[in-house]
Design a protein. Sequence first.
Length: 164
Amino acid sequence: MPQSDGADPIELLKQDHQKVKQLFDEFEQTNNRRSQQRIIRQALLELDVHAGIEEEIFYPAYQEAAQESEEEDIVLEAEEEHHVVHLLIGELRDMPEVDERTAAKFTVLAENVRHHIDEEEKEMLPAAKRLLGNNRLQELGVEMARRKRELTRELKQAAASTAM
């Protein structure tokens, strides 16, 4: 019998982190504007989906489990970091083409996200393993994997309809 889809939310989040870090690296290694535009579009989609499952599912579960513990403030900082990322994503979406300013803004986004990933992987994810327990983590993983598929489909459809 196959293993439940997304049964480990920590690994799902880490895989997402790895994917966006690879996109940031790819962006930094090319000067081709068309390639940069493709990378930016893909990174923004990945970040929107990832932030969606964290904000809708993972962070609330973490916050509930961390109430009145030393780890409670971790999610507050993560939410503020997401807020900054959402602002940068919105500004990048409003930029019609890749130029020096777009590249600089995307670099700032990459720096912010890398910092956020580092903190999340060193602080929040280990704390989540302790606080949530295996059964709750498995439930979250299934829910997050399902929602990730839905968000990806929805955001791709929305992008396709605005591109026409």
